[in-house]
Design a protein around this ligand. Sequence first.
Ligand code: ACO
Length: 316
Amino acid sequence: MPATDSSARGATIIGWGSYLPPKVLTNHDLERMVDTSDEWIVERSGIRERHVDGTTIGMSIEAGRAAIQSSGLSPADIDALIIATTTPDKQWGNAATVQDALGMRCGVFEINAACSGFVYSLVAAHGLIAMGATNVLVIGADSLSKITDWNDRNTAVLFGDGAGAVVLQSCDGPGELVAWDLDADGSAGPILWADVGGYIQMEGKEVFRRAVRIMVDSANKVLHHAGVSGDDIALLVPHQANIRIIQAACDRLGVDMDRTAVVLDRMGNTSAASIPLALDDALTKGRIAPGDLVLLVGFGGGMTAASALLRWGPRT
Ligand code: ACO
């Protein structure tokens, strides 16, 4: 069910922020922990270092605070908080703890769609705004370091911790979301999973193959519904799992790498945090201008996929 209803009350992103825990684990640190090398990791994944030992709640508080601050709102103005995470610190109440710490009083909930969770949450936030909410805080946060087996070289080199957040505000007219797509293929669940209380397990090669396909399919659906092509995209903000997955998807979508946001070299795969972290980085570097088409594309365990095409509006 992609595309948007232009008669609906739309939204614009009015604030953003991010947070990375201070502890950095480099590829050279990993060389001392498992049988691997910096050369292998960089060549196969593009990752050089990642941040670890964060908590989902703690990182969400910091990223959420930064996003509210940049929006110019106060915490009391937020009507709803959504946290996308696949690594909650507690079985429930993670978003509620973040709400309390930030001094908000609003409805809160958590979404688990693995690495696609931020885009799923962004679309859900637009739904809340279409139904009457004014300001919604959306956070993507994951502390994958706590579900990574640091003795398993197949997975230990890929993942990291972080959080990114945006504040959405209702506006007159259709707003910035031009088209969206939420997708999943449950038949691919057994190639990438973690049991409750267990570590991340994956068949890397098969995940790679399917990831490119499901990502490109999802992105093409929103491009098609918007009546645009890869050439029209000013910036692609993909899930940051592996530079080779990003390159393969870019090739198929017709988007050059210089129009693509990449932060995985410094952060690794941070799951639901990776897209808002890459978006925040691009905005900080001035890579997005009013009028630009920005395409967010996620894929993750499940397997899930999600895309959102935004027409970036003017900022005061
Ligand atoms: N260091 C050195 N050698 C390694 C390492 C390592 N860290 N890990 C595996 N190897 C070895 C393998 O054992 C294999 O050895 P063998 O040939 O003797 O059996 C060899 O390197 C080649 O392994 P491949 O699996 O062929 O390597 P590939 O080029 O496929 O790269 C990788 C592996 C990086 C995991 C890649 O397949 C990938 O990125 N897959 C997708 C992973 C992903 O995106 N996961 C998460 C997505 S969703 C989410 O975020 C939850």
